[in-house]
Design a protein around this ligand. Structure first.
Ligand code: 5AD
Length: 350
């Protein structure tokens, strides 16, 4: 096993069989070794800095019907909302004052926000805060739409691939969604020039070590700028409402492996991890993560953007909440910084 970890550190990838072995033979001792190696890689690239992103959940209307997601179209009990352009801008304004220099616009695939509307919002945000980065997390769109948003000033795009295994993708999504289109989107985004993030849920229904190995091989091959992973958490009124929650320790183990595969990747300790474990953020950072995404949406939006049960968001909309987060990070030897926090070596979209 130690030989395999050495090989992973040296070659930044393994064969599918080796990844399966690494996952199936996980124990505390090997996890600690991986965490140490991951922290070393993260320190070489980002020191002890932690980048923060102001997350704005701007709509929970969605035309899709993903089996795992609480805001899927056919959940009649989801309380729907969308923020107005003014509300979105006011979130940015407040967050800018608190030191945020990246805003993340995340929403369900809500047709109300047409490509033109999004373009106008992107332009407004970028002209009001030219020294800030803008990340979109707004699902699948045609290439020319992605291009128009990039030209309007968007810098980064988050689109989790969810699973790199065709069969597994079908078990998580209705027929209208395909892994092929998801991959098309990711490659388009990359070619256009975005800093791109992919990712997956840990312990999603029907996930296996073999399927995780495919995710890791995809990550090693695609070389995304960002990777978002968090434990699966069942959501009420979805086909997966009675499935088991994902493991925190497997999530941490995979965070470390991903950090080793891509030493300079932007890797968040996610909301789902913080939901499953009150020390999830600290544990994520100590496993190699270097990004936290505090929620700066209005309070009602935070409550209604219920992708899963018991979502415990990290509040970023108030000074004392941020101070508290800073203190938590200082306790483990890290510090929150207020730069844009681009991937090392990336050219800005200017
Ligand atoms: N548990 C954990 N993560 C979820 N997501 C959606 N539903 C759930 C859930 N029930 C994740 C998906 C999506 C991201 C925005 O949130 O991976 O890409």
């Amino acid at each position: 096993m130690i030989d395999l970890i050495d090989k992973l550190c040296r070659e930044k990838t393994l064969t599918a069989e080796e990844f399966v072995f690494l996952i199936e033979n996980r124990n505390d001792k090997y996890a600690e070794i991986l965490f140490e190696r991951a922290r070393k890689a993260r320190k070489e690239n980002y020191g002890t800095d932690i980048y923060i992103r102001g997350l704005i959940e701007f709509s929970n209307y969605c035309k899709n019907d993903c089996y795992y997601c609480g805001i899927r179209k056919s959940n009649p009990n989801a309380l729907r909302y969308r923020l107005s352009e003014e509300e979105i801008l006011s979130c940015c304004d407040k967050a800018y004052g608190l030191g945020f220099r990246t805003f993340v616009l995340q929403g369900g695939e809500d047709g109300h926000f047409t490509p033109e509307k999004m373009e106008a919002i992107i332009k407004k945000i970028k002209s009001a805060y030219p020294d800030s980065a803008l990340t979109l997390s707004f699902g699948e769109h045609p290439r020319d739409v992605y291009k128009s948003w990039y030209d309007a000033g968007a810098d980064r795009y988050l689109l989790r691939h969810e699973t790199a295994d065709e069969e597994h993708y079908k078990l998580l999504h209705p027929e209208s969604l395909s892994l092929a289109n998801r991959m098309r989107c990711l490659w388009d985004l990359k070619e256009i020039g975005y800093q791109v993030g992919c990712g997956f849920m840990v312990d999603s229904p029907y996930q296996t070590a073999e399927r995780i190995a495919k995710d890791l091989l995809f990550i090693a091959n695609f070389k995304p700028d960002m990777v978002g992973i968090g434990p699966f958490i069942p959501a009420c009124d979805t086909p997966f409402s009675d499935k088991l929650s994902g493991s925190v320790s497997l999530t941490l183990y995979l965070l470390a492996i991903i950090r080793i595969i891509l030493p300079d990747v932007l890797l968040p300790a996610t909301t789902a991890l913080a939901t499953r474990d009150s020390l999830g953020l600290e544990k994520g950072i100590l496993a190699g993560a270097n990004v936290i995404m505090p929620n700066i949406s209005p309070k009602e939006a935070k409550e209604k953007y219920a992708l899963y049960e018991g979502k415990r968001y990290t509040d970023g909309a108030a000074e004392d909440a941020l101070k508290n987060l800073s203190e938590r990070m200082e306790k483990i030897g890290y510090k929150i910084v207020t730069s844009r926090g681009d991937k090392k070596g990336r050219i800005y979209n200017v």
